[in-house]
Design a protein around this ligand. Structure first.
Ligand SMILES: NC(=O)c1ccc[n+]([C@@H]2O[C@H](COP(=O)([O-])OP(=O)(O)OC[C@H]3O[C@@H](n4cnc5c(N)ncnc54)[C@H](O)[C@@H]3O)[C@@H](O)[C@H]2O)c1
Ligand SMILES: [Zn+2]
Length: 377
């Protein structure tokens, strides 16, 4: 028998939903979905790495609860997070005559969660949606909070919508088959939460590197639980990243992502999201050392942790700083509201003057260049 799942709640003004963390979870997902949805059919969207191993069990569990389940499988990888792929999925939904009361279930990593979520947000102006994440990245970050979207050649996540799921069902069993590189990449978001929001959690990572890397169940359960708590709490306080100017709000989650997203797009997604975030965290710490008095030893400490988890701490090949600065400036999230500057002079960061504390800071372009140089050393 599957053990009772650990349950957390995301409490939002208009829509609250549970996060279940457990194992052998397909039947629980189907039961909980049935309790919230009376439709007779559901569509699962998955990718070619995940579907062949895990979709059948989910289809059977859904059938047991009276849902006729259709399966749409797309190619794996960040390049599927596109408007083209969304259009292919709309065609498939049209063929299935997927109705507005019928749920879409995302079975996969953050790519599937973001893409299927975007399709669910827009098909019939929004159909019920379930997140069934299968990577560390998606368990602890992408599946929670309702941000959905696709990439545009001009940048990451430029097209998107907020669409909260009915429920999130996390299953530790899925992580057994996750390739090491993807497993490790997801840990960057966990370290991000520790550095920026919870130094006790940071210390926990430092003390548990070996257990995390051997995917010890207890360690993973704790890691996922704490990250979900942190993400749920940030999202609850600032659902739509309204973040008033003095208040970092949901933008706390963007720590390390200003440089990270630019590097990820610049590598044409050869870097995993988490790998780019690891480098972005180090760039953000470097600027904080230069400009906000963060002790050098703290930067060192965080670099050591990221490195010991197997995350990159230095660029493998040089990057064109001008192109990266332009990418950062093109992302409007990186510019202050009301800022007149549209260029690299107006790029703002969330930074840590101390570990566990965040504030907005607009560095000089020279500071960002220096941080990129540091990553290249
Ligand atoms: N919406 C948000 O709030 C949010 C937050 C963080 C990240 N993201 C997005 O998430 C994406 C990255 O997510 P990701 O790292 O999960 O990438 P991903 O979805 O591409 O998954 C990584 C790889 O692992 C494979 N995979 C997934 N689960 C598996 C399993 N259980 N066993 C074997 N292989 C498996 C996938 O097919 C893929 O090849 C990025 O696009 C990022 O922008 C979104
Ligand atoms: Zn991220």
């Amino acid at each position: 028998m599957p053990s009772a799942p650990d349950t957390l709640q995301v409490s939002l003004p208009m829509h609250s939903y549970p996060i279940f963390i457990g194992s052998r979870s397909a039947s629980l997902l189907a039961k909980e979905l049935r309790a919230r949805c009376s439709a007779r059919r559901a569509t699962i969207i998955t990718d070619a790495h995940v579907g062949p191993t895990y979709a059948d069990t989910l289809v059977t569990a859904l059938q047991c609860e009276g849902f006729a389940a259709s399966l749409l499988t797309i190619p794996a990888g960040e390049s599927s997070k596109s408007l083209c792929m969304a259009a292919e999925l709309y065609d498939a939904l049209a063929e299935l005559q997927h109705r507005r009361d019928e749920p879409i279930i995302a079975l996969g990593g953050g790519v599937i969660g973001d893409l299927a979520g975007f399709v669910a947000a827009t098909w019939h102006r929004g159909v019920p949606f379930v997140q069934c994440p299968t990577t560390v990245e998606a368990d602890i970050d992408a599946a929670i909070g309702g941000k959905t979207g696709v990439n545009h050649p001009a940048g990451k996540n430029l097209i998107g919508a907020f669409h909260q799921p009915l429920l999130v069902s996390i299953d530790l069993d899925y992580l057994d088959s996750l390739p090491t590189r993807d497993f490790v990449a997801g840990l960057a978001e966990s370290v991000k939460h520790g550095i920026s929001l919870d130094t006790q959690f940071l210390e926990w990572h430092e003390a548990n590197v070996a257990a995390i890397l051997r995917r010890d169940r207890e360690a993973l359960q704790l890691l996922i639980h704490r990250n979900c708590q942190i993400k749920a709490s940030v999202v609850t306080q600032d659902e739509r990243e309204a973040g008033r100017s003095a208040d970092v709000g949901r933008a706390a989650l963007n720590f390390g992502h200003t440089v990270g997203h630019a590097l990820e797009a610049q590598s044409q997604y050869a870097l995993r999201h988490g790998e780019a975030v690891s480098l972005g965290i180090i760039a953000a710490l470097d600027i904080a050392v230069r400009r906000l008095g963060l002790p050098n030893g703290e930067r060192q400490r965080c670099e050591e942790l990221l490195g010991s988890l197997g995350l990159p701490t230095r660029l493998e090949s040089p990057v064109d700083a001008d192109v990266l600065l332009e990418r950062m400036a093109a992302d409007k999230k990186n510019l202050s509201p009301g800022s007149r500057s549209k260029g690299p002079q107006g790029i703002r960061f969330v930074l840590t003057p101390e570990l566990g504390q965040l504030e907005w800071f607009m560095p000089q372009v020279a500071d960002i260049r220096a941080a990129l140089d540091y990553l290249g050393k």
